[in-house]
Design a protein around this ligand. Sequence first.
Ligand code: ZN
Ligand code: ZN
Ligand code: ZN
Length: 253
Amino acid sequence: MKITFLGTGTSQGIPLIGCQCVVCKSIDSRDKRTRTSVMIEVGGKNFVIDSGPDFRQQMLREDVRLLDALLFTHEHKDHIAGLDDVRAFNFIQKKAMPVYATERVQNAIKREFAYIFDGTNYPGIPKIDLHNIINEPFEAEGIPVMPIEVSHHMLPVLGFRIGKFSYITDANYISEKEKEKIFGSDVLVLNALRREEHISHFTLTQALQLIDELKPKKAFLIHISHQMGLHAEVEKELSENVSIAYDGLKVTF
Ligand SMILES: [Zn+2]
Ligand SMILES: [Zn+2]
Ligand SMILES: [Zn+2]
């Protein structure tokens, strides 16, 4: 299995428009973070979780030529805004893009991208093949996927486990029952927004506590705010089995 961190930034990305802070002004490429998304190559398939506003640039940067499916965690704009650009894959692959999402997320996608679903079939619109998922194991293009339902303040969000890989974005609470699904992971990806408390995201301390409890072989932090600090400085504070992910980082296991 190969994981590519397409984006590792919080909803505004880093740098933020107009911000003059040391992180936003950093020349370290690891401090440049597009909106959070990950690509998973497994069993000959290529999946992307969430297509945020930077989806097009991420696909170009990683030279992605084939995409088998998109999986959505939740409907916030920083996770769905780039959906229109699946058109490129429609043209190349000559088929609709399979999209896996809960009914609530599908409804949001239908609202946000009404022109795709209004039945007029306007020339050139994206072709989307919606697949309904609930918090039960499913197969995405033949690959077994286990959803993990987490809480993002009041909003239920899906994480996903594929084999020994677990991915949790946008969460500040995971129930004991859902934690059971994460145990035994080789790689756990977990959101950690910043150091200060936040209403809908884990802080660095909360994420590290959870990693201690869930005991993956290796953990990566994502959905990072400029308030977290410089990548190089934060990385120094972390133990050997935890890293802050950065855009373009690839992990094979
Ligand atoms: Zn987000
Ligand atoms: Zn800043
Ligand atoms: Zn969110």
